[in-house]
Design a protein around this ligand. Sequence first.
Ligand code: FLK
Length: 322
Amino acid sequence: QDSSATAVPYQGAEYLVSTTVGGQKLNLDFDTGSADLWVFSSSLSTASKQGHNVYTASKSSTYKSLSGYTWSIQYADGSGASGTVGTDTVTIGGTTVKNQAVELATKVSSSFVSDGSDGLVGLSFSNINTVQPVQQKTFFDNAKSSLASPLFAAYLPLNANGAYDFGYLDTTKYSGTPVYAAVSSAGGFWEFPSTSYKVGSTVHSTSSSVTGIADTGTTLILMTDAVVSAYYAQVSGAKNTADGYTFPCSATLPSLSFRIGSTSYATIPGKLLNFQVYSGSTCYGSLQSVGGGSQHIYGDVFFNAYYGIFDASQPRFGFAAI
Ligand SMILES: O=C(CCCl)NNC1=[NH+]CCN1
């Protein structure tokens, strides 16, 4: 049951997809950087429910509780949620999965209360799903046998409606021929080597252990401090503030390119590297530090430039300019 679901941009920070869970409509954030499908539930506090659609298990005729099952997740940005678990029928676009594990949030961190999503659909590998005592499968893992090809693709143009295509590639959404990198799923992510980058036309290489992940659940492009300092060294007036890198909004930003596996470089144009006004005539960069570690996180800003193809057949990650 191949299908396409519209992804609507929300405040420049995420894309929301209308998803039906047990006949109830929710606006969910599709996250290729995690593996839990969780929803705001009627059991949340009144304060936490403010501004959100919530899922009420008792109103669904197809909901089944998984007695004694729990989940608890912490994301790299410090946000988190936890709760109980059941199964229900989940429909995204025209693709339906019966008996999908649906994780009901009884607690959510403040950033989820204030943002637009009514929950997340994890689309990374199921080996990092947090449900206990029995780990559960992602929507895509459950759906893939019903798809023409075991893949999905993310089309997330800047400030415009995008889409998630399940089971097929929509050639009207990209130009040229996609290039692919082999993916290692051991860490649960769509992860590949990413060992060289360019600031404008100047090539830099990193240690061979550096990797990247394709992560639609992260807004920005987060790279190691070596990359970030090399980039902003080329931006007059750039500052590393407590909130991250800022620069004069009048700055002309160089492009940033990076290898995905041994493919050609993916290039993010300077225009996409100015994320938003920070304060007055100071702007905030789309490229920020990932903090520690040697794993770059390629978030929505990457997908503003490329159609991202998540192909479980090898597995591999592909991209083509949009
Ligand atoms: O947590 C991560 C980074 C994985 Cl290395 N991405 N997914 C996500 N979901 C909500 C905030 N961020």
